[in-house]
Design a protein around this ligand. Structure first.
Ligand code: PLP
Length: 375
């Protein structure tokens, strides 16, 4: 066979051929290399500006001495600790190399040709990618309109329930949602869960749950006893500051977890990540500080942006999304040239918006100043 004549496009699965890969936030190192800049600031990937949980980072460093050994495949200690914290059985927990790994496991377990997944307009970009990679159809349910009275751009869970049909096997709900920072109330979520037929798995992605302080905001894990078709996913990437280690988890009925576990790659969570996550769970001081820095930073960014006459989407996450009222791409580029990385979200169908991760006070000032000079 002549290897030069091989065309991967002809051989690849149709879903993969049409796939456009996930676009991560631009790494600081890359920008520094490209533009010869130093002192760059990245507020593009919702990373914790306080750094890693100190307890977590210490445990990861200590684990480095043992990396000649494969990690504990079942993550016994982390699973048990999580189970205790969440008052569920250890068998209810699925560990992932990031929570996106768990979401991918759900997709691979339940989606394929002839089936579909439902997600919201302006949803997290990985859901359509995982859906398409499985050869399933993705169905986008319209979000609340930009002029919605109390949750502009938010999930319209009624429209999502309406999009479910006989071929639907997975629905992705994000609470709060990325990239909008919008959220669903307990009432909305429960009404939705009750209306979804039981042949459908509901993924409730709670990547930012620790940041939310509102009595109406539901705890997905508390809903599990009533909804055996529910998987709640959470991560150590955001508030725990461990994004670089890749560790997250799903919580569900043990039966559902057992099904997902069949497609899990062996040793999917590395030993440093397992140790760090376990230790970070005890880092209450770090969590408290992270919530506080974020609460103040959200106010600072909102007030600064509104002070420039810009409209923001009210957010309960660790990021805020702003409407520039014109194409965001040139503004994103101008900020890059000044060493400030934010996130354009045209690929989410929001070409006039930028998403800005909440930073420390001085970092927020810097991004506001840079934006002020270009809007
Ligand atoms: C960041 C994020 C995740 C988690 O990513 P991992 O690093 O893989 O845990 C999941 N869902 C949403 C909506 C996110 O924003």
């Amino acid at each position: 066979m002549n290897s030069r004549s091989f065309n991967p496009d002809e051989t690849a699965l149709p879903g993969i051929r049409a796939l456009r890969p996930y676009q991560p936030g631009k790494p600081m190192e890359e920008l520094e290399r490209e533009l010869g800049l130093t002192e760059t600031l990245k507020l593009a990937s919702n990373e914790n500006p306080l750094g890693p949980s100190p307890l977590g980072a210490e445990a990861a460093a200590a684990a480095a001495g043992g990396v000649n050994l494969y990690p504990d495949d079942v993550g016994f200690r982390l699973r048990n600790k999580l189970a205790q914290r969440l008052a569920v059985a250890p068998e209810a927990i699925t560990l992932g190399s990031g929570s996106s790994d768990v979401i991918d496991m759900v997709a691979r377990s339940f989606l394929g040709p002839g089936r579909n997944a439902v997600y919201a307009q302006y949803c997290f970009a990985m859901y359509p990618i995982y859906t398409q990679a499985c050869g399933a159809e993705g169905r986008t349910a319209p979000a609340y309109a930009p002029d919605h009275p109390w949750m502009a751009y938010g999930h319209d869970l009624e429209s999502m329930a309406e999009a479910v049909d006989d071929d639907t096997r997975v629905v992705f709900v994000t609470n709060p949602n990325n990239p909008t920072g919008t959220w669903s109330t307990r009432g909305e979520l429960e009404a939705f869960l009750q209306s979804v037929p039981r042949h459908v798995v509901v993924v409730l992605d709670e990547a930012y749950t620790e940041y939310v302080r509102d009595d109406e905001y539901p705890d997905g894990v508390a809903l599990l006893p009533d909804y055996p078709n529910l998987v709640v996913t959470r991560t150590f990437s955001k508030i725990y500051g461990l994004a670089g280690l890749r560790v997250g988890y799903g919580v569900s009925s043990p039966e559902l977890a057992g099904m997902i576990n069949r497609v899990r790659h062996p040793f999917n969570v590395n030993s440093a990540a397992l140790a760090a996550a376990e230790a970070a769970l005890d880092d209450e001081d770090f969590l408290r500080r992270s919530v506080e820095v974020n609460r103040k930073g959200l106010v600072q960014l909102r007030e600064g942006l509104e002070g420039m006459g810009l409209k923001v989407i009210p957010s309960v996450g660790n990021f805020i999304t702003v409407d520039l009222g014109r194409s965001a791409e040139p503004v994103y580029d101008a900020l890059l040239r000044e060493g400030v990385i934010v996130r354009p979200i045209a690929n989410y169908g929001m070409p006039d918006h930028l998403r800005i991760t909440v930073g420390m006070v001085g970092q927020n000032e810097r991004v506001l100043e840079a934006l002020g000079a270009h809007t």
